[in-house]
Ligand binder design. Structure first.
Ligand code: FE2
Length: 228
């Protein structure tokens, strides 16, 4: 909670103001991995690539903690086509891009210089189906300022649908007979292209299923010295 409030100082008085529902033809773990993955931002569709410029995508840090993962990047260019945050500098929750993944199935995130935070539970409704409620909250339920409204709109109408299509494509790929498994690539520097957060998530899954001994995921936590 303390770490959450560092980036979302009004967290304890947030009230729901907007909700978008998505039904995704993909397993919930596919959706969860998307939320904690850094490199797909640069390699997916135009909305993702714009987002990689909008935040400092190559400066993205993914920090594994017990039962939660933090993704954190400073702001990038306000001219990336996502939304122009310049009139909101100093007024939002944080100048940064921040996502918290709370094991096993909840994302809480916010974008640079907006007055809102979002929650994003990933509810399994079948082996290859997930229901998402992307809910936006503002302090006390106050009306969305122009910049925050633009962020809510972009999330609901641009990035959200592109992410859904991406998840469906990944699920279809998992069904391919061409491969049975792949390797996660971990960068020694744990940089923006590294899959160490997904590695930790998968270890949590396997531990929960009894396929790895208890404590396996704990060996993949980030050093306490990493800013989180
Ligand atoms: Fe994505």
């Amino acid at each position: 909670m303390t770490t959450l409030q560092r980036y979302m100082p009004n967290l304890d008085r947030m009230v729901r103001v907007d909700r978008q529902d998505f039904d995704i033809a993909a397993n919930w773990k596919v959706v969860a991995e998307d939320g904690i993955d850094g490199y797909h931002v640069f390699l997916s569709g135009p909305a993702h690539r714009a987002f990689g410029r909008f935040m400092d995508g190559h400066g993205l840090r993914m920090i594994n903690r017990p039962d939660w993962i933090l993704l954190h990047a400073g702001p990038g260019s306000p001219d990336s086509g996502v939304y122009d945050y310049r009139s909101n500098i100093g007024k939002g929750q944080t100048p940064d891009y921040v996502t918290f993944f709370l094991w096993p199935d909840l994302l809480i995130f916010t974008f640079p210089h907006v007055g809102a935070v979002w929650s994003f539970p990933m509810t399994p409704t079948g082996p290859e189906r997930t229901h998402e409620e992307v809910v936006a909250y503002t302090p006390g339920g106050c009306a969305l300022d122009e910049v925050t409204a633009a962020a809510v709109r972009w999330m609901a109408e641009v990035l959200g649908p592109e992410d859904v299509a991406l998840n469906v494509g990944v699920q279809q790929g998992l069904r391919s007979p061409a491969r049975r498994q792949g390797r996660l690539l971990i960068d020694a520097a744990r940089g923006d292209m590294s899959e160490h957060a997904i590695h930790c998530f998968q270890a949590c899954v396997l531990e929960a299923l009894g396929r790895l001994p208890a404590g396996s995921a704990a060996t993949l936590l980030s050093p306490p010295t990493e800013v989180g």
